[in-house]
Design a protein around this ligand. Structure first.
Ligand code: SF4
Ligand code: SF4
Length: 172
């Protein structure tokens, strides 16, 4: 999340940090003193030039709501919780990221790849469409057919949670 654009006062939402600290997992956001331990220990940041959990936390503290919620890198977190385990201030970094993702999803800001995964789950019960060729290969090897998914039940749950209407909103 390396932002090169200068920050304008007009894009700062001073209430954003309070919004996050009221949510489960976001309570300790303001304890962060920017030591950088989360970034230096993050396995994703090690292989990315743009993903920096420390930066996400700081931008959230500063109220850069739109930048944070619209950032593609927000979705790179693997939820391994290393950052949360190692933060000397007890900031639940991984949980703050989850909270931010949930807020982004509520606005319909979900990367296409995840939308496609949901669509596949709703169609077949599987996160990825299994190619017909793969099925035939299993058969030719004498392997049993894959168990059928239960997309109806998943659909019912996601609809009940209000998740589907968020996905239908515009944005990626
Ligand atoms: S490890 Fe904790 S205190 Fe240090 S930058 Fe990350 S969130 Fe902030
Ligand atoms: S939970 Fe996310 S941000 Fe934290 S160390 Fe793992 S991948 Fe990095």
């Amino acid at each position: 999340m390396v932002e090169k654009e200068p920050i304008k006062a007009s894009e700062i939402d001073t209430k954003f940090k309070y919004e996050i600290t009221k949510m489960h997992g976001g309570e300790k956001l303001m304890r962060c003193f920017q030591c950088g331990t989360c970034t230096s220990d993050c396995p994703v940041a090690r292989f990315s030039e743009t993903y920096r959990p420390r930066q996400i936390i700081r931008m959230t503290q500063l109220g850069l709501k739109e930048r944070v919620l619209n950032s593609d890198t927000l979705w790179l977190c693997a939820s391994c919780f290393t950052c949360t385990d190692r933060c000397p201030q007890g900031v639940e970094v991984a949980s703050v990221i989850r909270v931010l993702r949930n807020l982004a999803a509520e606005k319909g800001i979900v990367p296409r790849v995840f939308k496609e995964q949901v669509s596949s789950v709703l169609d077949s019960g599987y996160a990825y469409k299994i190619p017909e060729l793969r099925m035939k290969k299993r058969e030719s090897l004498g392997l049993p057919p894959l168990p059928k998914g239960n997309p109806e039940s998943i659909c019912k749950t996601l609809r009940g949670l209000g998740f589907l209407k968020h996905l239908e909103k515009q944005g990626e």
